[in-house]
Design a protein around this ligand. Structure first.
Ligand code: SAH
Ligand code: SF4
Ligand code: F3S
Length: 472
């Protein structure tokens, strides 16, 4: 107990210092701004984990008196929060940072900072530092909580700063948050990853797995629900291993139950679920709660046992299908989505056909599909990879075609039924876009006033994987 109190104090001191730097920056940034208030642009690449981090960066920027813009030309400070998961993600960042050079030339007071997963790779941070002399600040995923101090140091000294700390295994609670959405929101429940799938850079750039204290999560969840959030997604690289690092162990299923019991009209989602740690208890909890969406994002990656072993995924086809069958038995309308990697080193066309067979057998609602991208420092980048990219692209197209047919069939089967949807936005043609709890998009005619509310719609038509409906 006493130790906890000391920890709390340390945390409070750090937060207080952060707050002091933010206060000092208020005046500094205002005096450098071109308009009345300093304008900040935070652009996020990559997954929801990065989105959640950016919301904390925005919270700190708001404390410094910043307002926000999407236009690089209006900004006094630009932050790119980067992703390292595939080469394509990195190339986009390099291209977009390069394009800032001319803006910096026109507005020399502009502060450009780069953070996120790419910056945790030594060779990338070096390349950024050398190639882009107009970037003032580079900081990694373990340094986000120190952002006010780092920004203060670079603006007051005029020196370029690269801050890439060790993973201290801590969770820095209490940072202010400015969320992107007003009714859909992200709630991180854990950070890092211990799984070391052989293709994946995430464990190297995000550090070891650590779970947030359940009380912190509950209080953030209560805050979001009372602020009107209707769709909350719990985030972690593998939510099914939530709680393992806590002093008093807690399962993900029990955390989910606690959050679902909070009063209010809201939906709960979570991602990502690693099949190796998914428990029947979790499926039972989903089945028994109206608030927990009947949707599981359960990345398969490959349907070939040989490839799954090379990927270090710790499950096989049989185990994956056991989960799927139990979920379908307990939750007949369960919606399953997945991630698939095509062209892992050594994968043959026969292995790929096994993936296609499994995809057909499961009947996923939708898939995120990727062609294997070698990541420096991961075991798979060193493996023999004889299949040419053009061949992998052909397999990829075949996969997309198979999935399109499956999704179209699933959508067809929903015609004539009623669904409760959350209205998300209005399209230029006047229709509203909404989502079912299965995470399927339904478009229907209605007033933009309905955005952010739950409505009942009747599905009238399926157009590939998008449904058309009318207010019921
Ligand atoms: N923690 C999540 C995945 C996070 S990364 C999980 O385990 O499911 C998101 C997806 O990117 C992965 O599921 C995988 O399909 C894909 N991915 C990761 N590394 C990749 C690589 N090197 N090449 C291609 N796709 C990759
Ligand atoms: Fe990457 Fe595997 Fe961890 Fe997911 S579970 S983040 S794929 S190492
Ligand atoms: Fe990308 Fe980092 Fe997420 S590498 S996928 S932003 S954890």
């Amino acid at each position: 107990m006493q130790d906890n109190q000391i920890l709390e104090n340390i945390r409070d001191n750090e937060l207080a210092r952060n707050h002091e730097y933010s206060q000092l920056l208020c005046d500094i940034l205002r005096s450098r701004a071109r308009g009345k208030s300093p304008m900040a642009l935070v652009r996020t690449y990559g997954c929801q984990q990065n989105v959640a981090d950016s919301e904390r960066l925005k919270g700190m920027l708001a404390e410094m008196g910043c307002e926000f813009t999407d236009d690089e030309n209006d900004a006094d400070i630009i932050i790119f929060n980067t992703c390292a998961v595939r080469e394509h993600a990195e190339d986009r960042v390099f291209g977009n940072v390069g394009a800032l050079k001319s803006i910096k030339r026109r507005h020399p007071s502009l502060i450009i900072a780069l953070c996120g997963c790419m910056m945790e790779q030594e060779h990338i941070a070096q390349r950024i530092y050398k190639s882009f002399s107009f970037v003032s600040l580079v900081f990694g995923t373990h340094e986000i909580h120190r952002f006010p101090k780092l920004l203060y140091d670079t603006v007051t000294t005029g020196r370029r700063i690269v801050a890439r700390g060790e993973d201290d295994g801590k969770i820095h609670e209490g940072l202010p948050i400015v969320r992107d959405g007003t009714f859909k929101g992200w709630l991180p429940i854990m950070y890092g990853c211990n799984n070391f799938c052989t293709y994946c850079i995430v464990p190297y750039v995000r550090g070891r797995e650590r779970s947030r204290d359940p009380n912190m999560i509950m209080s953030e969840a209560r805050g979001m629900i009372s602020a009107g959030y209707k769709d909350i997604t719990l985030l972690g690289q593998n939510v099914n291993s939530y709680g393992k690092t806590l002093e008093r162990e807690k399962t993900f299923a029990s955390l989910l139950t606690d959050i679902a019991e909070i009063d209010g009209d809201f939906r709960l989602r979570f991602m990502t679920s690693h099949p190796k740690d998914l428990s029947n208890e979790l499926i039972d909890v989903i089945a028994s709660s109206d608030k927990i969406c009947n949707h599981i994002h359960l990345p398969l990656q490959s349907g070939s046992d040989r490839i799954l072993k090379l990927m270090n995924r710790h499950y096989d086809r049989k185990r994956y299908m056991e989960i799927v069958e139990y979920a379908k038995k307990k939750i007949p309308n369960i919606s399953l989505t997945s991630d698939i990697i095509v062209g892992f080193p050594g994968e043959t066309y026969e292995d790929f056909q096994e993936t296609l067979n499994l995809i057909r057998e499961v009947g996923f609602t939708s898939l995120f599909t990727f062609i294997f991208s070698p990541r420096v420092g991961t075991p798979a980048a060193e493996m023999d990879d004889p299949v040419p990219y053009e061949e992998k692209s052909k397999w990829f197209s075949e996969l997309l075609k198979v999935q399109e047919e499956i999704a179209a069939k699933r959508c067809e089967s929903m015609v004539g039924e009623r669904y409760r949807v959350l209205v998300e936005s209005a399209k230029p043609d006047g229709e509203l876009t909404s989502r079912t709890e299965e995470n399927i998009i339904v478009e229907f005619k209605g007033s933009p006033r309905l955005i952010g509310t739950f409505q009942n719609v009747e599905i009238t038509r399926a157009r590939n994987w998008i449904l058309k409906g009318k207010l019921a």
